[in-house]
Design a protein. Sequence first.
Length: 273
Amino acid sequence: MPGIWIMAALLLGVAGAAIGFWLARRRQRSLESLRSRLVAVTQSSRQTGDNIAHDLRTPLTRLHADVETTLRNEDSEAHRATLERVLTEIQGMQSIISALLTLGQAEAGGMPVKKMAVNLSLLLEEILELYGPSAEERQLRLQGRIALQIMVEADRQLLARIFSNLLDNALKYVPADGLVVLSATAKGGEVVVTVEDDGPGIPAEMRDRIFERFTRLDPSRTPSGGAGLGLSLVKAFAKLLQGDVRAEASRLGGAAFIVTLPAAAAGVPRPVP
Ligand SMILES: Nc1ncnc2c1ncn2[C@@H]1O[C@H](COP(=O)(O)OP(=O)(O)OP(=O)(O)O)[C@@H](O)[C@H]1O
Ligand SMILES: [Mg+2]
């Protein structure tokens, strides 16, 4: 009989040691994962800092040279032209700073979200109408395939900013004679809005990274190009509305940006006639 007790005590001891070992391994693994996440966050904020410095240094250097040259010039016309260029550069820098501040606020959850019932179908039609003239100017065909009566519970202004950013991009990156299609459907409690085109598209390996701050496909940071903040804002706004956005290859041959949002309880959409 005592043999059984000794065996039981031994088994308990072994089981206890195994559980202790397993718990220690688990704690070590979660510490390692926390550490690697911290390293990633530190690296990403350092990268963001470098990018901000780069994006502001270039226009500041240009301004410096421009103002210095103009000061040596007596011509008042030249002074005026320089002041106009200075104003444009300052506006560019202001928009980078304000986009970064908005992004920080949205990601930290500090941005006020005014949720209300929004007829998304109507809003998207309005946005399409607004972008019609710019598309025409750039010789692009802009088409809408929007189901009727799609209702969402969301902030109207944030929705408008999401789709304006995506259309801005399509109009900017699709060459003349191209096609841009904005489509929207609602299925099983989810609303799906797609902005797609037949332009150059996004390479598969960049489709996640493209949403990070300052990521641009064209590495030559031309002054006329964007800051690389638009898609980060789209992602942050979509998340604020309990939705998301992802990039894929479009059936049209270019990029497809797919925004998903929760549908409002009311409002049964009808298909496009
Ligand atoms: N429809 C598209 N087709 C091809 N490339 C695109 C498209 N939309 C975005 N991109 C690529 O993704 C990059 C990031 O887009 P994002 O909107 O974040 O920044 P941006 O347009 O460069 O500048 P910003 O929006 O801040 O003015 C762009 O620079 C471009 O290279
Ligand atoms: Mg953009």
